[in-house]
Write a protein that binds this ligand. Structure first.
Ligand code: NAD
Length: 729
């Protein structure tokens, strides 16, 4: 079955229907592009055809480009990429000119895009080359250009066309942030031309084709006297836009995302020249981005591997374990969040706490979030009632009897958790899976309190639950395959991304975050200027510096974790210098953001005012200060070496999970594709060299793990050796 088919009706309206066989969503392949070009050529040449409707036989129009095309384009090097892009520009430009006379701009055939649903990436760039875009009024449809979120930018003319259509300022949220809109919002923003009732989509498109005149076919940028909305860079208004945009992009990306910078260059330079030259410029900058290892690493982690994990790459072969009724014990911050995301996904929830008031407070959290959704126009009152109706807040454990999954999120105390687990185990049926949301306690130990350890597992959420997309699933020593499948199926139901790790101190994410925070605090103790520490982290792409991060998560939590780790590790504990600072902060009541006082100072309303000046009194800054790269290396290696050790120790069994988990779990420099991708970009040999130098200056915590040394010795990379999966090992 070919991807596109062409039919023509008695009135001469041709319909070009996109329907990729065997896929629920149309994606554009190289073959698809060639066929589209051929069929458009045929229709334009056929005297019986008056105009063309481009549509989809599926409920959506298209999810975008098959990213494998991009991988194949890369094989041809810079010239191959550029030539490939210019071929695509040629095809879309032929659609746009639609056979019209280049001199008079007359005699073309109207081509209208009729979008039944979602149209993303090339799925919008193609319509942008048509003469009109009509979308079905389908609130679930998403329309936009999300390329920037995976480290590229719209390179099939979308950048050049959208800027010329809307102006640089109005196009910015779509191009620079990858904003996706429903059809009505897309129409309001000028992204598309018309929204009609779904059943009227094709008839309206047909009417438009039959009524279109020559003037309807000429794009503004092809017409004489075209001026870019908002002005070009040398226009008095345009100059403000472009200067402002550069500053904003640099402020947001810290210059580490090559795609954002290249996009701006393409827009700026493209705005100064005629349309066809602008397309060539767009192609050159796109080539530049594709040749940067960041784009490949981002596509691999944030698109290909993230999707593979969501589809169950780690799932054992087990019958469907979708959750029908969920029990949540502990209706505090985490439990209330878990109840909300489950109810929102259509799952009935029993939410239990020690008192009815506490359970009700937990349910009220969902009400608050739904009300916020209503205020933003994202949730209807009916939906709110339906979601809230799924949550039963109670103290009665008997209500757990028909739950098939129960997650406890009570206090982080092994005795409390053991009692809760034993009580829950007695209340549920024999097939129910019990899970713990512990962030620090060994899952295998907690499993001992359950009557059926093979049915016990860790499901570790991140805070705030409704916003954080990662869920870490922890397999205890006795955890059985059905429990793993249950946890993975649950995470799929609530549309989050799972990683599956083995049980060890702090599992994976916290294991890497804690050394990052500790390295930052250690540098404060050494007299490194706190602003240097924080800025070094931001400038390498971390969303929060280590000191801001510990303020956000709270300093007393840090003290608790340090105390417990110290007790467990005894003489092997190596973070005493960190504790000195942490404990002193806690003693002064500087517990972080929640106390309005921490490493940062806050105003009465809780707004961060800057680093706390008192730090400098207690920890005078030394002279000279280390250079930026040294500080960045310390902060990055503290994390990535822990990730390598987690792989070496078998806590991680799949580097894809290590990379995706790091970006979604704690925001590890997304431009790099994750810790393993970052090490591959750096090169194992260079990484070992840096480790040796850091270890000599700062201690054995920076010693290169044996695995990294081995890769360096053999000239290997992590992805070369471990992709696509090492789960079998
Ligand atoms: P919290 O203090 O906000 O909530 C705990 C709730 O458990 C309280 O409402 C309490 O009344 C209830 N509770 C205590 N004993 C109970 C019992 N015997 N029966 C029923 N309810 C009981 O705590 P939280 O921040 O939601 O953390 C809960 C768990 O999640 C902990 O294990 C924590 O380590 C883990 N966790 C927390 C975070 C975080 O960022 N806060 C992140 C990941 C995991």
């Amino acid at each position: 079955m070919p991807d596109f088919s062409l039919t023509t009706d008695a009135d001469g309206v041709a319909t070009l229907t996109w329907d990729v066989a065997g896929k629920s969503m149309n994606v554009m392949s190289a073959e698809g592009f060639s066929l589209l070009d051929t069929l458009i050529g045929q229709a334009l040449a056929d005297p019986a055809v008056k105009g063309i409707i481009l549509t989809s036989a599926k409920k959506d129009f298209s999810g975008g480009m098959d990213l494998n095309i991009i991988a194949r384009m890369k094989d041809g090097g810079a010239q191959g990429i550029f030539d490939g892009l210019m071929r695509i520009h040629g095809i879309l430009r032929r659609i746009e000119r639609a056979g019209m006379d280049p001199g008079t701009l007359r005699g073309g055939k109207p081509i209208v895009a009729a979008l039944p649903g979602t149209a993303l990436g090339i799925g919008l760039e193609l319509p942008l080359a048509c003469h009109r875009i009509i979308a079905a009024d389908n609130p679930k449809a998403r329309i936009g250009l999300p390329e920037i979120t995976v480290g590229i930018f719209p390179g099939a003319g979308g950048t050049t066309r959208l800027v010329r259509k809307l102006g640089a300022l109005a196009a910015a949220p779509f191009l620079l942030e990858g904003r996706q809109s429903d059809p009505r919002a897309a129409k309001a923003a000028g992204l598309i031309d018309e929204v009609v009732a779904p059943e009227a989509l094709l008839s309206r498109a047909r009417d438009w084709v039959l009524a279109a005149t020559d003037a309807d076919l000429v794009k503004p940028w092809d017409a004489k006297g075209y001026r870019m909305p908002g002005g070009t860079p040398y226009h008095p208004a345009g100059v403000m836009t472009f200067v402002g945009a550069s500053a904003m992009v640099l402020g947001k990306t810290m210059g580490v995302y090559p795609a954002a910078k290249a996009l701006l260059c393409a827009v700026y330079e493209g705005a100064l020249v005629p349309f066809d030259t602008a397309l060539r410029i767009e192609a050159r900058w796109f080539t530049n981005v594709l040749l940067n290892p960041s784009s490949g690493a981002m596509i691999r982690s944030l698109f290909i591997n993230k999707e593979a994990l969501e589809k169950g790459a780690a799932r054992p072969a087990q019958p469907d374990q979708s959750v029908r009724r969920l029990g949540v014990i502990g209706a505090g911050m985490m439990g209330a969040g878990i109840a909300y995301v489950a109810a929102n996904a259509g799952i009935d929830v029993v939410l239990i706490d020690a008192t009815q008031a506490a359970a009700d407070r937990g349910r009220a959290h969902s009400e608050d979030l739904l009300d916020k959704g209503i205020r933003r126009g994202k949730v209807t009152p009916d939906r709110k009632a339906m979601v809230l109706g799924r949550i039963t807040a109670t103290t009665d454990h008997a209500a757990l009897s028909d739950c098939d999954l129960v997650i406890e999120a009570v206090f982080e105390d092994p005795k409390v958790k053991a009692a809760v687990t034993a009580r829950a185990g007695a209340a549920v049926g024999p097939d129910c899976i019990l899970a713990t949301n512990t962030s620090t306690l060994p899952v295998s130990g907690l499993a001992q309190a359950s009557q059926r350890p093979e049915q016990f597992i860790g499901i570790h959420f991140f805070s705030p639950v409704d916003r954080m997309m990662l869920v870490e699933i922890i397999r205890g020593k006795a955890t059985g395959e059905r429990a793993v499948a249950k946890a993975l199926d649950f995470v799929r139901q609530i549309r989050k991304t799972p990683i599956l790790v083995n049980d060890a101190r702090f599992f994976y994410a916290n294991r890497c975050i804690i050394p990052y925070i500790n390295e930052g605090i250690r540098m404060v103790a050494e007299g490194v200027r706190p602003a240097l520490i924080e800025n070094a982290a931001r400038l390498v792409g971390m969303p929060l510096g280590p000191l801001q991060l510990v303020d956000e998560t709270s300093i007393d939590l840090g003290v608790k974790i340090a105390t417990a780790t110290r007790a467990a590790m005894g003489d092997a504990y190596a973070d005493r210098a960190v504790d000195e600072v942490l404990f002193a902060m806690a003693d002064q009541g500087r517990l972080g953001k929640k106390a309005n006082a921490g490493f940062y100072a806050y105003d009465a309303a809780g707004k961060r005012e800057g680093l706390w000046p008192g730090l400098a009194t207690r920890y005078p800054v030394t002279d000279p200060q280390p250079d930026l790269t040294e500080v960045q290396h310390r902060l990055l290696f503290a994390q990535v070496l822990e990730a390598v050790r987690a792989l070496q120790d078998g806590v991680l069994t799949d580097i894809r999970e290590g990379d995706v988990g790091a970006i979604l779990g704690w925001g590890f420099a997304p431009w790099s594709g994750g810790p393993f991708s970052w090490l591959d970009i750096t090169g194992a040999a260079r990484a070992v060299e840096i480790c040796d130098a850091l270890a000599a200056r700062h201690g054995p915590r920076f010693a290169a793990p044996a695995l990294l040394r081995d890769l360096a010795a053999k000239g290997d990379t992590f992805y070369g050796r471990f992709a696509p999966a090492v789960r079998a090992a």
